[in-house]
Design a protein around this ligand. Structure first.
Ligand SMILES: [Fe+2]
Length: 284
């Protein structure tokens, strides 16, 4: 039974309207895990490793199976090998269908090393992915800038994307990366967004096949439209941010994840939050 999407899905179609005479592919997006090497360590009062385990347990108990699982960065908070090993352990149910891109709280070498069976390339090369789902092409981009909180998408990667799309027979495209390419109406979050966004959005405007962009980084749900493309962000599996106010603010809200469904023509997407707020963030 497909779940009804909430009103945050401004552009995607309700699941019920997808063509169920054709196969529906289900994709899970997890983002901003912020796991520590110490099992019980907390981020502003939130035990992020326990939260991630809660999210995985909830999904396994309540969701229909997912065909693909995409993690859009900030796998760990302390960027230590033990933290990546813990993330790998918790994501065990999906090792055979896992796709990842790094966030600002990631180390490409450690991420690649922990998931060497899923991430190609060498050392600290950018981490991207691509896979086809019927007429859809899903592409992961790398916006990580070592040592920086904001992200960047530079000319070389845009050229790679342009060439990929030029040669692709895909009829529709979904992009996945960490830093959203639009402001999310937050005084304190918008300055730590994505540079190079103008060039990326120009590419998006020029290719009407790009229907959906899914990001993380802002630890809350947002949806906006740029021309023919819906741009969404997804709650973290751990600590939640409040976009209001002028300075970093934490929200008392349950961890969440995003469901994306594709049929041969359309997509539907919605956010699910766990039913209970188990931990309350502490402010300094
Ligand atoms: Fe994050």
């Amino acid at each position: 039974m497909l779940k009804r999407p909430n009103d945050g899905s401004a552009f995607g179609f309700p699941s019920e309207l997808l063509q169920h005479n054709t196969a529906v592919t289900r994709i899970l997006q997890l983002t901003d895990l912020h796991v520590f090497s110490e099992a019980g360590q907390q981020l502003k009062g939130i035990p992020t490793r326990e939260c991630l385990q809660d999210v995985v347990d909830y999904i396994m108990a309540n969701e229909e199976p997912f065909d693909h699982v995409i993690v859009t960065g900030d796998h760990t908070h302390d960027e230590l090998p033990e933290s990546y090993a813990a993330v790998r352990e918790i994501l065990t149910p999906w090792h055979d269908r896992l796709w990842q891109v790094p966030g600002n709280h990631d180390d490409r070498i450690l991420l690649r090393s922990a998931f060497s069976d899923r991430i190609s390339g060498e050392s600290d090369e950018q981490i991207r992915f691509q896979f086809a789902v019927g007429p859809w092409l899903c592409v992961g981009l790398d916006t990580h800038v070592p040592g920086e909180v904001p992200g960047n998408i530079e000319a070389g990667q845009l050229k790679w994307l342009k060439n990929l799309l030029k040669d692709s027979p895909a009829e529709r495209v979904a992009l996945f990366f960490h830093h959203p390419p639009v402001d999310v109406n937050s005084v304190w979050m918008d300055p730590i967004g994505l540079s190079g966004r103008e060039q990326l959005l120009e590419l998006v405007r020029d290719d009407r096949r790009i229907k959906l962009i899914c990001c993380g980084h802002v630890h809350h749900e947002f949806s906006g439209i740029v021309e023919h493309t819906e741009i969404v962000t997804t709650p973290a599996t751990g600590i939640q941010f409040d976009p209001a106010g002028d300075t970093p603010n934490f929200a008392t809200a349950a961890p969440g994840y995003r469901v994306i469904e594709f049929d041969s023509k359309w997509f539907a997407t919605h956010v699910v939050r766990l039913p209970e707020v188990k931990f309350i963030p502490v402010t300094d």
